[in-house]
Design a protein. Structure first.
Lengths: 144, 591
């Protein structure tokens, strides 16, 4: 079974826990989860800097929008603007359902935009996201 | 002939009175010389007639006085022109050298006896005529040239005076020559006519009638209309002042001008002298009308003080222009007031926009920070249910359920409050909107949460004028309200046209076959946080904000919303102005 590497970029430790928990509930695929606690750490991981030297590039990034040091939109712009990283699917997972956030995220190239409280069922919502992007869709091959 | 002579005498007497009145009004040196000139001429002409009539010794004395007066006239006219445009000292010396001997001779000489004219008399006459001609020529040239840079009325007045001076010189010279060579009645009559013509021209130069001034002022009036237009278009204090200064300067002779505004800033046109700038800052005296002070005109406006350097001709020839300056000053004040009002309005609008932006950022941040913990609470509740469901007894499970209900309600409340707050802060981009098209979209989206409900959208209504985003919010709230509060999961919601109660409006009905709203509560339902049922926090119930939001949206679009009478269920009516104008006027009728 192929191992799928997923980077969870989320500053809120509770949300990060819940997202990781939802990912671990996905069956039929082996997922290795990596966590970043703010925007700078997310970029350090993606570029293999500092403590993340030698990291495995993720097959999927779940990205929160409001993070300290560099917010999700800044990270999204950097990733989608870099030819070495732009093929990695990025799913914005956020509690914001504001029109301007949705529009801006798609302008910058997000592959999907998921509101955490949609349907008022966070667990199912995150599970559906995880299922779709790891089991049903075909993630690109990424090389370091 | 006698009649013509009498008319000439009367005309120059009137000129003398007019010039004397001018001096009484102005008390200036040019006015004094002008009055002297025409009083002396009138005396000369009058005494000449009187002396001829009386004869004898008295007549002789009067005749000498008359000769001296008439000979002095061109010199006095020279002094008048010199007071306006001072010549070099040498010119004064030459003029004096020319006139003094002739004056002395005029006082000593008596009329020659009958017979051939003696040579000495001819010499005297020639000297007098030469002095008249030289002095008059200088006056004509000076007045004509000096008018070149003056406003129209002043220029034409000065040139009229110059022409009059030339004409009267012709009359005097011709009269002098005819006296020595013998004259015919016809010739004398022609000379008198020319003199009378010069009197008319002098009077036109002194005090032209209103219709003549209007005709002369056409160019200035066009310029003043242009100035008015520039004033209306001005949007800042600087534009108002800097568009007016050139016009006012030109009106008063083209000299430098300056305006000291209330902030202490000096706006300049040309290079105003330090004397003028000093006058602007001297607040010991207030000038409520255009006032001549030294070589400047000063005028106090509400917005500041105006100062313009004038020419030496302005006091005598610029009365109209001073009046216009006062009138322009009123327009400047009005324009400055308007600009000040716009500045305040612009500042207030900028502050409001800044506040709105800050509020938007605050609400956005607050909403996100309020909702995040609720998301975490709901998520951990899911974890508790998944991992520890078997450990809870019925009370524990009930507590978990209530925790979830309250957290979800808080989440809905925050979302609705955010939507409500955005109503006042998003642009109201009104455009033609097809309500039924949006209703169909809303129906498709709403069905998912209510699989047993039926939502029907019937025929079209005329397009209404409102923001598409707000139309969507309105219909979403109305449909959601019908689905949530009908009291039955298999409710049928019908969206159809309804008869409008007002011309120029379109009306729709969002009706359900649910439990309905009692008549006593049909206006209360639009109040904030108003609910008509218990268990507001239960999932599937509203927060009490939805219909309040609908009312606000409809009111901002210029329409109204109400609960209509219905035998079954609830019938919400929404009436909004149509995008097309009404075909004819009408009055509002009650439904």
């Amino acid at each position: 079974m192929t191992t799928i590497h997923v980077l969870v970029a989320e500053d809120d430790e509770d949300h990060r826990y819940l997202t990781v928990r939802a990912l671990r509930q996905v069956t039929n695929v082996e997922i290795e989860i990596h966590e970043a606690r703010d925007g700078e750490e997310t970029l350090d991981y993606l570029y293999g800097r500092g403590p993340f030297a030698g990291r495995q590039l993720p097959h999927l990034v779940l990205l929160d929008l409001r993070m300290p040091r560099a917010n999700g939109l800044e990270v999204l712009e950097r990733v989608k603007g870099d030819p070495d990283l732009s093929s990695i699917p990025v799913v914005v997972v956020t509690s914001s359902d504001q029109r301007e956030d949705v529009d801006r995220a798609y302008e910058l190239g997000t592959n999907s935009y998921v509101t955490k409280t949609r349907g008022r069922d966070l667990r199912n919502n995150l599970s559906r996201v995880a299922q779709y992007w790891t089991v049903r869709s075909e993630l690109p091959h990424v090389t370091n | 002939m006698e009649i013509i002579r009498t008319v000439v005498v009367a005309a120059f007497a009137l000129l003398a009175v007019a010039s004397a009145r001018l001096w009484f009004q102005q008390r200036s040196r040019p006015a004094a010389w002008l009055a002297s000139t025409f009083v002396v001429l009138a005396v000369g002409i009058g005494f000449s007639r009187l002396g001829a009539a009386l004869g004898g010794d008295v007549g002789m004395v009067l005749g000498r006085v008359a000769r001296v007066s008439i000979v002095a006239f061109p010199y006095l006219l020279f002094r008048f022109a010199a007071s306006l445009a001072p010549p070099r000292r040498a010119v004064h010396a030459v003029a004096a050298a020319v006139i003094v001997p002739v004056l002395v001779a005029s006082a000593l000489v008596s009329a020659p006896p009958e017979g051939p004219t003696p040579g000495w008399y001819l010499a005297y006459v020639l000297a007098a005529l030469t002095s008249w001609t030289l002095l008059s020529a200088w006056v004509v040239r000076t007045l004509w040239k000096a008018g070149r840079n003056q406003p129209s009325v002043a220029r034409k007045r000065m040139r009229t005076l110059a022409t009059a001076a030339a004409v009267i010189n012709v009359a005097l010279v011709t009269a002098g020559l005819s006296a020595t060579m013998g004259d015919s009645e016809a010739f004398v009559g022609a000379v008198q006519g020319v003199a009378l013509g010069s009197a008319v021209l002098f009077y036109l130069g002194f005090d032209p009638p209103v219709f003549v001034r209007s005709a002369w002022r056409r160019a200035e009036e066009r310029s003043l209309w242009q100035a008015e237009g520039e004033l209306i278009a001005s949007t800042t204090r600087d534009e108002v002042v800097e568009s007016m200064l050139p016009h006012i300067s030109h009106l008063l002779g083209g000299g430098p001008a300056a305006f000291l505004d209330r902030t202490g800033h000096v706006h300049r046109y040309g290079r105003p002298s330090s004397a003028l700038l000093g006058c602007l800052r001297d607040d010991a005296t207030r000038y409520t009308e255009p006032t001549l002070v030294a070589d400047s005109v000063l005028l106090d406006l509400n917005g500041g003080r105006l100062g313009v350097v004038t020419s030496s001709f302005t006091p005598l020839f610029g009365s109209d222009e001073l009046e216009y300056t006062g009138w322009l000053g009123v327009l400047v004040d009005l324009a400055l007031e308007r600009v000040e009002y716009h500045d305040r309005e612009r500042e207030a609008r900028q502050q409001a926009e800044q506040l709105a932006q800050e509020l938007e950022a605050l609400v956005y941040g607050l909403t996100h920070d309020l909702r995040n913990p609720i998301v975490a609470v709901l998520g951990y509740l899911d974890c508790l249910e998944e991992d520890y469901a078997g450990s809870f007894d019925s009370s524990g499970r009930h507590f978990l359920s209530r925790l979830r209900t309250n957290a979800q309600y808080m989440d809905r409340l925050i979302a609705d409050l955010l939507s409500l707050s955005r109503l006042g802060r998003v642009p109201d981009d009104r455009q033609p909107v097809d309500l039924m098209v949006i209703a169909e979209q809303v129906a498709d989206e709403s069905w998912e949460g209510h699989p047993r409900a039926m939502i029907k959208v019937t025929e079209r209504v005329p397009e209404v004028l409102m923001s598409p985003a707000r139309a969507r919010q309105l219909l979403t709230n109305l449909v959601s309200n019908a689905l949530l509060h009908s009291g039955r999961p298999d409710v049928t919601v019908t969206i159809r046209p309804a008869p409008p109660t007002q011309d120029g409006h379109a009306c729709i009905s969002v009706a359900d076959d649910g439990c309905g709203i009692p008549a006593a509560h049909r206006t209360k339902v639009f109040g904030m946080f108003e609910r008509l049922e218990h268990g507001a926090k239960e999932d599937g119930n509203g927060t009490g904000i939805g219909l309040a939001m609908c009312q606000r949206i409809v009111a901002q679009a210029g329409g109204r919303i109400w609960v209509a009478d219905s035998d079954v269920g609830t019938d919400m009516r929404v009436q909004l102005p149509t995008a097309a104008p009404p075909a004819h006027g009408g009055t509002e009728t009650d439904s």
